[in-house]
Design a protein around this ligand. Sequence first.
Ligand code: CP
Length: 321
Amino acid sequence: MKQFLSVHDVDDIDELVKKALVYKADPYKEKSLGAGKRLGCLFLNPSMRTRLSIQIAAQNLGMEAIVFNVGAEGWTLEFEDGVVMNGTTVEHVKDAAPVLGNYFDILAIRTFPSLQDRDEDYSEFFIKQFVKYAGIPIVSLESATLHPLQSLTDIITIQEILNSHPLGVGRNPKVVLTWAPHVKALPQCVANSFAQWMTAWGNTDFVITHPEGFELEEQFTRGAEIIYEQDKVLQNADFVYVKNWSSYNDYGKTLMGADEWMLTNKKLEQANNAKIMHCLPVRRNIEISDEILDGANSIITQQASNRVWGAQAVLSQILNG
Ligand code: CP
């Protein structure tokens, strides 16, 4: 693997998932693979799970991980080429990225969408500038439109559950991605990425449900069924992934007062004893009710814990690549 920006950088999803589960069973199996190598972790916005899991993953492989909160601690970066830097930006990515490329062997970066300028966000300009100028493999820790480490982990978790509780022969699991309410506009990254990975994986019956007007970008949902009636979609679901996202069409706008989309146990009565997923952080009793989050069918902690093994599998493939 040369870089990890989306599912398109993965040759074989099943192989990567299998590798992650091998690491889960034996975290230090390849504890010297990354010896003498350094991972730089750049954060342009906050994180808990991604930040900690990537460091643990690196350490399990014998790699040193160094975190730099660029957004809070670094010089303000300029990304536009050819600009006269007489404003608030202090350093151009064209100057900073090659330095980082010399300090590190792999650079992992979390950027963010503006949710103001759709074309700019969907061009993935910020992370691509690092790809262009760093000269070393780049790993996305979430970009403007995608969160591939999260999606890989989501599939690892689904596969892990299926390994321990197999469905009937020849039956694909029904996986639902359902929009949920939120108090503020959130990026489309997790939903885009989950749809992209699920359709690429192809081992499930994948259905997306959301209010009209909250369609995701078609390039990510091609191959998925999209149904607006949440109740109908939840019928016979085996896995329900809950996530808010802001509108792609009416870019960055959110929907207030859509409380009826919050997932509750009542809504899950028609599901197939469904396992409930969320990438975290979650707004309790806004996106999902307490009864679900604290209930037996939530696999959210397992999902978040698996972030380590997904990250370890990716770093390992890049180190081997
Ligand atoms: N799911 C996720 O990416 O969590 P963090 O924002 O805490 O990294």
